[in-house]
Design a binder for this molecule. Structure first.
Ligand code: KIV
Length: 278
């Protein structure tokens, strides 16, 4: 079994110039496959809401749903470094709620750390979580939980004023105690500056190649979620058509009685009817 990574180990990867790979996982089977493929960090993202639970955004996702899926990820990947994404409403109401909910990720789901979205407004909460013994990953730029306030799902930090704000947020979050920082949907030059200006690893999604690591929603990487594909997503295979073809084959064979064939059946005694007295 692989040795479980630690917060110090992940921070050390930046110093060593080693790129960090992070992918989302929501269930045990996928978590086991991603770990076997040597992914550094598994994020139980609140993207769960859209790619697994069928919600229109991440906002409706509850703590109980996150814990249910994070626990499955931990069971499937006992040696993985697992980060639980704090859903909307689980930390905005204050430090106490944040600690109680963050603590659930560690106690009930066996996560190693939590992630939360936001800039200056969440710094006090980050510090409270860290002081309570809960490691925190930050997330700035496009923050999907508050996308409507940001004018929708669009690139952030394009003008000097908003770029300056992101520099301030990254510095403040580092000071507050985050061990790593997700940068979502910002220009690559700005992501490079944020990466150089902070000592914590930056993990980009739609933020260019200069970040210390990258994260993608696994369903996007595998071409399984075709409702909405952001332009920064690279699908390394297209599982959706493969799955549809496989299911069409199953339908055809069941309907034509070619599945199950002899190879996929348990043969019975040739004279079973007689043996049963029928
Ligand atoms: O919920 C999620 O999957 C995320 C990543 C896209 C960073 O927050």
């Amino acid at each position: 079994m692989q040795k479980r990574k630690t917060v110090a180990g992940i921070k050390g990867m930046k110093k060593a110039g080693e790129k960090i790979t992070m992918l989302t996982a929501y269930d045990a089977t996928m978590a086991a496959m991603l770990t076997a493929a040597d992914v550094d960090v598994l994020l139980v993202g609140d993207s769960l809401g859209m790619v697994v639970l069928g919600y229109d955004s991440t906002v409706p996702v509850t703590m109980d749903e996150m814990i249910h899926h994070a626990s499955a990820v931990r069971r499937g990947a006992p040696s993985a470094f697992v980060v639980g994404d704090m859903p909307f409403g689980s930390y905005q109401s204050g430090k106490r709620d944040a600690i109680l909910n963050g603590g659930r990720f560690l106690k009930e789901a066996g996560c190693d750390a939590v992630k939360l979205e936001g800039g200056l407004e969440v710094c006090a909460t980050v510090t409270a979580l860290v002081q309570a013994g809960i490691s925190v990953m930050g997330h700035i730029g496009l923050t999907p939980q508050t996308a409507t306030q940001l004018g929708g799902y669009k690139v952030q930090g394009r003008d000097v004023e908003s770029a300056q704000k992101l520099v301030e947020e990254a510095r403040a979050l580092e000071k507050a105690g985050v061990f790593a920082l997700v940068l979502e949907c910002i220009p690559d030059g700005l992501a490079q500056i944020l990466t150089e200006e902070t000592s914590i690893p930056t993990i980009g999604i739609g933020a260019g190649v200069h970040c210390d690591g990258q994260v993608l929603v696994t369903h996007d990487l595998l071409g399984m979620f075709d409702k909405f594909i952001p332009s920064f997503v690279k699908s390394y295979c297209r599982l959706a058509p493969t799955i549809k073809d496989a299911v069409a084959g199953y339908n055809r064979e069941v309907r034509s009685s070619t599945y199950p064939d002899k190879e996929h059946s348990f043969s019975s005694e040739p004279n079973l009817r007689e043996l049963l007295g029928l």
